[in-house]
Design a protein around this ligand. Structure first.
Ligand code: FPP
Length: 234
């Protein structure tokens, strides 16, 4: 891995619905093809030597979608975990998930747990699925945990700083993303990793997510390598 290779890439996989609509197909077909593009992305990260990949699979706002579409997304997630755990597990991929997981269907929760367990010793690439995730909810959950510790007397208010707060986030075990990729041209972070993206380089591509190929990941990584990160300095 070169020093300019991002250690952690986060991805907002946008445009599945538009991709399907352009072809006169149901949205579910867009999500199905989107799940295939996930494979391209994971394999591309393995090729590059990326350590962590976080994928925005389902946001807390996605519950507003039609019931049918939610069922498709949860079904795909389950199928993805069953199929890819074995296959990608053997390539050194470790699966993790973040979000309010207790609110998703029980069979999906079980599959996430099984994937975590089966791949827990893998070290090449950690793929984190953000499911029933939102950045604000994550921060609220962290604040509640901090407040509880203060109330119980195990934490002093003066001890609270950015580094300590990071330990209460869902992503406490991983470095912040170096690079955020968003497909389908939208210039928004959409409630994704709000705390962690503070100094992340953002790369937006016009392509819709189902068309995403590993070469797109390489292109984003090349752009990243040319950026100068100053973290507020000069
Ligand atoms: C955005 O497209 C995508 C999602 C809301 C979900 C992402 C899900 C997948 C890529 C498939 C399943 C994922 C895994 C990990 C197996 P959109 O529906 O908002 O597209 P639109 O903006 O064009 O309508």
């Amino acid at each position: 891995m070169s020093t300019k290779t991002p250690r952690h890439i986060a991805v907002i996989m946008d445009g599945n619905g538009r991709w399907a609509r352009q072809r006169g197909w149901p949205r579910s077909r867009g999500h199905l093809e989107g799940a295939k593009a996930v494979r391209e992305c994971v394999e591309g990260c393995l090729d590059l030597g990326v350590e962590v990949l976080t994928l925005y699979a389902f946001s807390t706002d996605n519950w507003q979608r039609p019931k049918e579409e939610i069922e498709t997304l949860m079904g795909l997630l389950k199928r993805f975990l069953i199929e890819y755990t074995k296959e990608m597990g053997s390539m050194g991929v470790r699966f993790e998930a973040i979000g309010r997981l207790s609110q998703i269907p029980a069979d999906c929760q079980r599959q996430i747990e099984a994937a975590r367990k089966a791949t827990s010793l893998n070290q090449k690439l950690t793929t984190i699925l953000a499911v029933n995730y939102s950045g604000r909810t994550e921060i609220v959950d962290a604040v509640k945990r901090v407040a509880m510790e203060v109330r119980e007397g195990t934490l002093e208010v003066d001890q609270i700083d950015s580094e300590l707060f990071h330990q209460y986030l869902y992503t406490s075990r991983w470095p912040d993303p170096d690079l955020l990729i968003r497909t389908s041209g939208e210039m928004r972070v959409s409630n994704f990793l709000l705390w962690q993206l503070s100094y992340t380089e953002i790369f937006v591509m016009e392509k819709l997510w189902p068309d995403f190929k590993r070469t797109d990941l390489f292109e984003a990584a090349e752009h990243f390598a040319k950026r100068q990160r100053r973290y507020g300095g000069v």
